[in-house]
Design a protein around this ligand. Sequence first.
Ligand code: IVH
Length: 739
Amino acid sequence: MFGASANDAPGTSSSASTSTTASSARADAPVMPHNFVDLSPAEQAAVLREHLHYHAHRYYVLDDPQLPDAEYDRLFQALQAIEAAHPELRTPDSPTQRVLGQVLEGLTPVRHAVPMLSIRTETDTESSGAEAFDARIRRELGLPPEPTPEAPPVEYAAELKFDGLAINLRYEHGHLKQAATRGDGETGEDVTHNVHTIRQIPLHLKGLTAPVLEVRGEIYMRRDDFDKLNEAQRERGEKTFVNPRNTAAGAVRQLDARITAQRPLRFFAYGLGEVQGWDIPPTHSVMLDALAEMGLPVSTDRTVALGATGEQGLVAFHQRIGQARDSLPFDIDGVVYKVNSRALQERLGFVSREPRWAVAHKYPAQEQLTQVEGIDVQVGRTGKLTPVARLKPVFVGGVTVTNATLHNLFELRRKGVRVGDTVIVRRAGDVIPEVVGVVPTGAAGQGGARQPYVPNFRMPTHCPVCNSDVVRERGEMDHRCSGGLFCPAQRKQALLHFAQRRAMDIEGLGEKLVDQLVDSGIVRTLPELYKLGLAKLAALDRMAEKSAQNIVDALEQSKVKATLPRFLFGLGIRHVGETTAKDLAKHFGRMGCEDDGRTGGIMDASLDQLLAVRDVGPVVAQSIRTFFDQAHNRDVVELLYAAGVRWPTHDPSAEADAATLPLFGKTLVLTGTLPTLSRDEAKDMIEAAGGKVAGSVSKKTHYVIAGAEAGSKLEKAQSLGVTVLDEDGLRALLAAGQS
Ligand code: IVH
């Protein structure tokens, strides 16, 4: 944003003049006169305004600035200084006059010179809206239903239907004189003071001297700007806004322009009002090009379409924009088709308040109003408790929605949602539906009155699924079920986590099988996996005897292949990832349930003992303690052990000094496919030997272990002179203990 301060005036600083005459400057860029300092204040002010208008347009409208912000500020402040010294030189359209000081008592009505019409809307979601419109136009124009060489397809301007606030900008002799809202179409409200603060709206139009040119378009807010605005509101503890459209509309109708100035508003031009002394181009599309030339923002997401069907037709545009809709930076609610030729527009004329030559073809609305019938709590795969609004079914974003997420307790409270409230539900693309906000009681006749006493929602203190304690860690937004492996809602994910390659590596135990096992109630806990016999597995739907046998084998293998870090990681304790699991295993040497005549271990470690482990802080330590404080989690570990799952243990007090390990202090990089070792196995072996595995090659790399189809890492190693070994070389390194 332009806005930093700088003091010296152009002409007194060489950079100001060089920057605008530099070779990179565009042909249309104004040039700073060499004798700037010798000019009269009035001439200087005019030069500065021309420069500021040009660069503001590049910055705000074209999004392609040509000048560093500080340089712009320098020009801006030079103009401010001149205007301060010579107030008579101040013009209403000076770039310094964006925010005017006074607060209005109310908005003044403005009668539109040319009424602001509305537009007929086709509400179907398919292509028939475009086809019906084209058919109607052909009929009205006396053309045959199907195009012929003599009666070719009608040319249409197809553009976006922006979801904001319609505005009429009245330029007289090129200067913005008045801005008015649509109102009832005949009479709107004067919002000139606010529109002045919108940087994208030029205060004067380039190359235009016509007595009157009224430009119509939409003021809107981008979604990212809206999110940032809400973020800032939240930080200041102020109320957040419901959606970009209402926020934009509210901002434009402010009485205090300083408030509008703080809202990131934008504008797109799409039409004309009264025109005097300007030759309106013969087609709508060329007219929009001309407005863009004058410095007005015009969306580039528009096209000239031919007829309804075919590659260049309206239907194709409707589909293309429909797909792009969710990735546009702002909300649209459809597309607009307009007969492109002005002559034909005139022939077609109007029916009541709508032009016959235009139609809006809407997409399914992404937001709808409905009522909250209840608030449920769902337990997610990691135990996260999500409050979910149970809704009166509503058709939004192309589907019927009956539930919408409220994210967490804090979001719910912030939005102030209670059972019985009328809320706005949003479903954009494939994103899960969410409650955007509550419609205030009685607003626009929408929100029903809230019952006199509706209790505020509370998070349950026990998991609604398994009744374990619900916890929320300090500084966290989310409430969680502490039930872990015991909670059925978390079971599927827990099983998959346990079975994954980097944990117990149970081949064949994938998502589909886990779903079957859990849904049928055959497996409820991790230990029950090991009770699965061939018979039970083979009895499952779509399970061949051979596959069942493979799974039985994989389960048996996993019992003996386990290591303490993999087993521990597989338990899925929050905050215990692979690295922490390794650190814990190395530190304690045992789980605590082993039948080895010793005592102590990870399960029984106190908070202080856990905190003594490398890289384990209070959050991780507490999480481990909470997990093993639940008796059912201890049972799981013990039952797995009883089922025959074994891992090597060691006595950390008798641990060899790490410095004597063969790869102590060495960094290795793996690349390509090794003949027998998987990437994970090689990594485990290297780490067990005290080495570190890095992801990229640098001068600090000691060895690169390269297999088949090694690529850029091998090249890099060679260019840096790093020793390259194959799998045998790695084995030799590990065995010989040479380093
Ligand atoms: S043309 C005579 N073009 O939709 C035609 N309107 O009912 C006048 N809108 O509130 C409108 N995008 O603000 C036109 N590309 C577009 C538009 C557009 C949004 C709004 C407009 C008005 C409503 C028309």
